[in-house]
Design a binder for this molecule. Structure first.
Ligand SMILES: Nc1ncnc2c1ncn2[C@@H]1O[C@H](COP(=O)(O)OP(=O)(O)OP(=O)(O)O)[C@@H](O)[C@H]1O
Ligand SMILES: [Mg+2]
Length: 274
Protein backbone atom coordinates (compact mmCIF):
# COMPACT_ATOMS: atom_id res chain seq x y z
CA UNK A 1 0.00 0.00 0.00
CA UNK A 2 1.68 3.20 -1.17
CA UNK A 3 1.04 6.30 0.88
CA UNK A 4 2.47 8.85 -1.52
CA UNK A 5 -0.86 10.57 -2.02
CA UNK A 6 -0.99 11.65 1.62
CA UNK A 7 1.35 14.02 3.35
CA UNK A 8 3.13 12.54 6.36
CA UNK A 9 1.79 13.14 9.86
CA UNK A 10 5.29 12.72 11.21
CA UNK A 11 8.50 13.30 9.37
CA UNK A 12 11.89 12.42 10.84
CA UNK A 13 14.90 13.91 9.05
CA UNK A 14 18.59 13.27 9.68
CA UNK A 15 17.96 12.35 13.31
CA UNK A 16 21.22 11.76 15.17
CA UNK A 17 21.53 10.87 18.83
CA UNK A 18 24.75 10.55 20.79
CA UNK A 19 25.09 9.60 24.43
CA UNK A 20 28.02 10.95 26.35
CA UNK A 21 28.74 8.80 29.36
CA UNK A 22 32.01 9.59 31.14
CA UNK A 23 34.57 9.92 28.36
CA UNK A 24 32.70 7.48 26.13
CA UNK A 25 30.36 8.45 23.31
CA UNK A 26 27.74 6.08 21.93
CA UNK A 27 26.33 7.00 18.54
CA UNK A 28 22.85 5.55 18.91
CA UNK A 29 21.30 7.07 15.77
CA UNK A 30 23.35 8.16 12.77
CA UNK A 31 21.08 10.51 10.84
CA UNK A 32 17.96 8.44 10.23
CA UNK A 33 15.07 9.71 8.10
CA UNK A 34 11.58 8.30 7.63
CA UNK A 35 7.94 9.34 7.34
CA UNK A 36 4.78 8.12 9.01
CA UNK A 37 1.55 8.54 7.05
CA UNK A 38 -2.04 8.52 8.31
CA UNK A 39 -3.69 5.15 8.66
CA UNK A 40 -0.64 2.92 8.45
CA UNK A 41 1.35 0.59 10.65
CA UNK A 42 5.09 0.84 10.15
CA UNK A 43 7.22 -1.84 11.75
CA UNK A 44 10.64 -0.82 13.01
CA UNK A 45 12.78 -3.94 13.22
CA UNK A 46 16.40 -4.48 14.14
CA UNK A 47 18.64 -6.27 16.57
CA UNK A 48 19.06 -5.32 20.22
CA UNK A 49 20.89 -2.02 20.61
CA UNK A 50 20.22 -0.88 17.03
CA UNK A 51 18.39 2.29 18.14
CA UNK A 52 14.69 1.37 18.02
CA UNK A 53 13.73 2.64 21.48
CA UNK A 54 15.95 5.71 21.12
CA UNK A 55 13.98 6.56 17.96
CA UNK A 56 10.71 6.56 19.96
CA UNK A 57 12.17 8.47 22.90
CA UNK A 58 13.50 11.10 20.48
CA UNK A 59 10.03 11.61 19.00
CA UNK A 60 8.54 11.92 22.52
CA UNK A 61 11.50 14.12 23.51
CA UNK A 62 12.11 11.91 26.50
CA UNK A 63 15.85 11.33 26.12
CA UNK A 64 18.11 12.03 29.11
CA UNK A 65 19.84 15.41 29.29
CA UNK A 66 23.26 13.94 28.52
CA UNK A 67 22.08 12.90 25.06
CA UNK A 68 22.94 15.22 22.19
CA UNK A 69 20.29 15.22 19.53
CA UNK A 70 20.25 16.81 16.09
CA UNK A 71 17.96 16.68 13.08
CA UNK A 72 14.36 17.56 12.55
CA UNK A 73 11.08 15.95 13.59
CA UNK A 74 8.09 17.61 11.94
CA UNK A 75 4.59 17.02 13.21
CA UNK A 76 1.87 17.75 10.69
CA UNK A 77 -1.20 16.14 12.20
CA UNK A 78 -4.82 17.28 12.23
CA UNK A 79 -4.47 18.64 15.74
CA UNK A 80 -0.86 19.76 15.91
CA UNK A 81 1.54 21.32 13.43
CA UNK A 82 5.10 21.76 14.62
CA UNK A 83 8.09 22.46 12.40
CA UNK A 84 10.64 20.78 14.67
CA UNK A 85 9.63 18.94 17.83
CA UNK A 86 13.26 18.86 18.95
CA UNK A 87 13.22 22.64 19.34
CA UNK A 88 10.05 22.79 21.45
CA UNK A 89 9.99 23.37 25.20
CA UNK A 90 8.78 20.93 27.84
CA UNK A 91 5.39 22.61 28.18
CA UNK A 92 4.59 22.16 24.49
CA UNK A 93 5.79 18.56 24.60
CA UNK A 94 3.57 17.85 27.59
CA UNK A 95 0.59 19.13 25.64
CA UNK A 96 1.43 16.76 22.77
CA UNK A 97 2.27 13.61 24.75
CA UNK A 98 -0.79 11.55 25.56
CA UNK A 99 -2.77 13.79 23.26
CA UNK A 100 -1.44 13.80 19.68
CA UNK A 101 1.33 11.22 20.23
CA UNK A 102 1.35 8.42 22.81
CA UNK A 103 3.76 5.63 23.54
CA UNK A 104 3.07 2.14 24.88
CA UNK A 105 5.76 -0.10 26.28
CA UNK A 106 6.51 -3.75 26.83
CA UNK A 107 5.47 -3.83 30.48
CA UNK A 108 2.05 -2.29 31.26
CA UNK A 109 2.59 -2.57 35.04
CA UNK A 110 5.49 -0.14 34.78
CA UNK A 111 3.13 2.54 33.46
CA UNK A 112 -0.01 1.99 35.52
CA UNK A 113 -0.32 3.42 39.01
CA UNK A 114 -1.17 0.51 41.37
CA UNK A 115 -2.93 2.89 43.80
CA UNK A 116 -5.44 4.33 41.35
CA UNK A 117 -8.42 2.69 39.68
CA UNK A 118 -8.37 2.12 35.94
CA UNK A 119 -11.09 4.73 35.53
CA UNK A 120 -9.22 7.40 37.47
CA UNK A 121 -6.11 6.83 35.39
CA UNK A 122 -7.94 7.19 32.09
CA UNK A 123 -9.86 10.22 33.38
CA UNK A 124 -6.61 11.82 34.54
CA UNK A 125 -5.24 12.00 30.99
CA UNK A 126 -8.57 13.24 29.61
CA UNK A 127 -8.82 16.03 32.20
CA UNK A 128 -5.18 16.99 31.53
CA UNK A 129 -5.88 17.60 27.84
CA UNK A 130 -9.56 18.42 27.43
CA UNK A 131 -11.70 21.05 29.10
CA UNK A 132 -14.58 18.79 30.11
CA UNK A 133 -16.55 18.04 33.27
CA UNK A 134 -15.79 14.93 35.33
CA UNK A 135 -19.02 13.33 34.10
CA UNK A 136 -18.04 13.92 30.49
CA UNK A 137 -14.51 12.64 31.19
CA UNK A 138 -15.99 9.44 32.56
CA UNK A 139 -18.08 9.04 29.42
CA UNK A 140 -15.01 9.53 27.23
CA UNK A 141 -13.02 7.09 29.43
CA UNK A 142 -15.64 4.36 29.06
CA UNK A 143 -15.79 4.97 25.30
CA UNK A 144 -12.02 4.72 25.17
CA UNK A 145 -12.10 1.41 27.08
CA UNK A 146 -14.62 0.15 24.52
CA UNK A 147 -12.32 1.21 21.66
CA UNK A 148 -9.55 -0.79 23.36
CA UNK A 149 -11.96 -3.77 23.40
CA UNK A 150 -12.08 -4.00 27.19
CA UNK A 151 -15.09 -6.11 28.15
CA UNK A 152 -17.53 -4.72 30.75
CA UNK A 153 -15.93 -1.26 30.83
CA UNK A 154 -18.41 0.13 33.40
CA UNK A 155 -17.34 -2.51 35.92
CA UNK A 156 -13.64 -2.47 35.04
CA UNK A 157 -13.65 1.31 35.47
CA UNK A 158 -13.63 0.80 39.26
CA UNK A 159 -10.98 -1.94 39.32
CA UNK A 160 -7.29 -1.61 40.20
CA UNK A 161 -4.46 -2.75 37.91
CA UNK A 162 -3.63 -5.82 40.06
CA UNK A 163 -7.15 -7.16 39.43
CA UNK A 164 -6.45 -7.41 35.71
CA UNK A 165 -4.54 -9.89 33.55
CA UNK A 166 -1.45 -8.78 31.62
CA UNK A 167 -3.42 -8.52 28.39
CA UNK A 168 -6.15 -6.40 29.99
CA UNK A 169 -3.55 -4.16 31.61
CA UNK A 170 -2.02 -3.54 28.19
CA UNK A 171 -5.51 -2.73 26.86
CA UNK A 172 -5.91 -0.21 29.70
CA UNK A 173 -2.59 1.39 28.74
CA UNK A 174 -3.88 1.56 25.16
CA UNK A 175 -7.20 3.06 26.38
CA UNK A 176 -5.19 5.77 28.18
CA UNK A 177 -3.04 6.32 25.08
CA UNK A 178 -5.99 6.83 22.72
CA UNK A 179 -8.30 8.70 25.14
CA UNK A 180 -7.69 12.14 23.60
CA UNK A 181 -8.29 11.53 19.87
CA UNK A 182 -4.83 10.16 19.35
CA UNK A 183 -3.13 10.49 15.96
CA UNK A 184 0.26 8.77 16.38
CA UNK A 185 0.99 5.71 18.48
CA UNK A 186 4.55 4.58 19.20
CA UNK A 187 4.50 0.99 20.44
CA UNK A 188 7.81 -0.35 21.79
CA UNK A 189 7.54 -4.15 21.81
CA UNK A 190 4.01 -3.94 23.23
CA UNK A 191 3.33 -7.67 23.17
CA UNK A 192 6.70 -9.14 24.17
CA UNK A 193 5.60 -9.68 27.79
CA UNK A 194 2.35 -11.41 26.79
CA UNK A 195 1.64 -14.99 25.82
CA UNK A 196 1.09 -15.86 22.18
CA UNK A 197 -2.72 -15.82 22.17
CA UNK A 198 -3.04 -12.55 24.07
CA UNK A 199 -0.31 -11.04 21.96
CA UNK A 200 -2.26 -11.93 18.80
CA UNK A 201 -5.38 -10.24 20.23
CA UNK A 202 -3.51 -7.04 21.02
CA UNK A 203 -2.04 -6.95 17.52
CA UNK A 204 -5.51 -7.37 16.07
CA UNK A 205 -6.57 -4.44 18.24
CA UNK A 206 -3.80 -2.28 16.73
CA UNK A 207 -5.11 -3.12 13.27
CA UNK A 208 -8.64 -2.10 14.32
CA UNK A 209 -7.38 1.11 15.89
CA UNK A 210 -5.45 2.00 12.77
CA UNK A 211 -8.61 1.67 10.71
CA UNK A 212 -11.20 3.03 13.16
CA UNK A 213 -9.18 5.99 14.45
CA UNK A 214 -7.13 6.64 11.31
CA UNK A 215 -4.03 6.15 13.47
CA UNK A 216 -0.42 6.04 12.41
CA UNK A 217 1.41 3.37 14.37
CA UNK A 218 5.16 2.90 14.66
CA UNK A 219 5.50 -0.63 15.95
CA UNK A 220 8.79 -1.90 17.30
CA UNK A 221 9.07 -5.63 17.30
CA UNK A 222 11.58 -8.44 17.13
CA UNK A 223 8.98 -10.75 15.70
CA UNK A 224 8.87 -10.99 11.92
CA UNK A 225 5.65 -12.98 12.18
CA UNK A 226 4.09 -9.88 13.73
CA UNK A 227 5.47 -7.75 10.93
CA UNK A 228 4.01 -9.99 8.24
CA UNK A 229 0.69 -10.07 10.07
CA UNK A 230 -0.04 -6.40 10.60
CA UNK A 231 2.54 -4.01 9.18
CA UNK A 232 2.01 -2.02 5.98
CA UNK A 233 5.63 -0.95 5.70
CA UNK A 234 8.90 -1.98 7.30
CA UNK A 235 11.95 -0.01 8.37
CA UNK A 236 15.02 -2.09 9.08
CA UNK A 237 17.43 -0.40 11.44
CA UNK A 238 21.00 -1.61 11.89
CA UNK A 239 23.58 0.01 14.17
CA UNK A 240 21.75 3.34 14.22
CA UNK A 241 21.02 3.52 10.50
CA UNK A 242 17.94 2.65 8.48
CA UNK A 243 19.37 0.18 6.00
CA UNK A 244 16.17 -0.87 4.26
CA UNK A 245 12.67 0.45 3.88
CA UNK A 246 9.73 -0.83 1.91
CA UNK A 247 6.34 -2.45 1.66
CA UNK A 248 6.15 -5.51 3.85
CA UNK A 249 5.79 -7.98 0.97
CA UNK A 250 8.65 -6.46 -1.02
CA UNK A 251 10.99 -6.76 1.94
CA UNK A 252 9.98 -10.33 2.71
CA UNK A 253 10.15 -11.42 -0.93
CA UNK A 254 13.21 -9.51 -1.91
CA UNK A 255 15.40 -8.37 0.99
CA UNK A 256 18.32 -6.28 -0.26
CA UNK A 257 20.54 -5.43 2.67
CA UNK A 258 22.71 -8.27 4.07
CA UNK A 259 21.33 -7.62 7.56
CA UNK A 260 17.72 -7.98 6.35
CA UNK A 261 18.64 -11.23 4.58
CA UNK A 262 20.20 -12.52 7.77
CA UNK A 263 17.17 -11.46 9.80
CA UNK A 264 14.79 -13.26 7.45
CA UNK A 265 17.00 -16.33 7.31
CA UNK A 266 17.03 -16.59 11.11
CA UNK A 267 13.24 -16.74 11.29
CA UNK A 268 12.08 -19.93 12.96
CA UNK A 269 10.60 -22.27 10.41
CA UNK A 270 7.65 -24.60 10.99
CA UNK A 271 10.07 -27.48 11.51
CA UNK A 272 11.76 -25.56 14.37
CA UNK A 273 8.43 -25.07 16.11
CA UNK A 274 6.89 -28.55 15.86
N1 LIG B 1 19.96 6.36 28.30
C1 LIG B 1 21.00 5.88 27.63
N2 LIG B 1 22.27 6.18 28.00
C2 LIG B 1 23.32 5.71 27.29
N3 LIG B 1 23.22 4.92 26.22
C3 LIG B 1 21.99 4.57 25.81
C4 LIG B 1 20.83 5.04 26.50
N4 LIG B 1 19.72 4.53 25.86
C5 LIG B 1 20.20 3.79 24.83
N5 LIG B 1 21.55 3.80 24.81
C6 LIG B 1 22.40 3.15 23.79
O1 LIG B 1 21.92 3.50 22.50
C7 LIG B 1 21.94 2.38 21.63
C8 LIG B 1 20.54 2.12 21.09
O2 LIG B 1 19.70 1.69 22.19
P1 LIG B 1 18.16 1.34 22.06
O3 LIG B 1 17.65 1.22 23.44
O4 LIG B 1 17.49 2.30 21.14
O5 LIG B 1 18.21 -0.10 21.36
P2 LIG B 1 16.98 -1.01 20.90
O6 LIG B 1 17.09 -1.17 19.42
O7 LIG B 1 15.72 -0.46 21.45
O8 LIG B 1 17.35 -2.41 21.59
P3 LIG B 1 16.41 -3.51 22.32
O9 LIG B 1 15.86 -4.37 21.19
O10 LIG B 1 17.34 -4.26 23.18
O11 LIG B 1 15.34 -2.80 23.09
C9 LIG B 1 22.53 1.22 22.44
O12 LIG B 1 23.90 1.18 22.17
C10 LIG B 1 22.27 1.64 23.87
O13 LIG B 1 23.23 1.09 24.72
MG1 LIG C 1 14.35 -1.11 22.90
Amino acid sequence: MRKDYHSPVLSVKHLSVKFHVGNQTVEALKGISFNLYPNEIVALVGESGSGKSVTCYSIMKLLPKYASVSGKITLNSQKTKIENLLKEDEETLRSIRGNTISMVFQEPSAVLNPLLTIGDQIMETILAHQKVSKEKAKEIAIASMRKAHIPEPERRFYQYPHELSGGLKQRVVIAIAIANNLEILLADEPTTALDVTVSAQILKLFKHLKEDLNLSILLITHDLGVVAEIADRVLVIYKGEIVEEGDVFDIFDNPKHPYTKKLLASRPTISDII
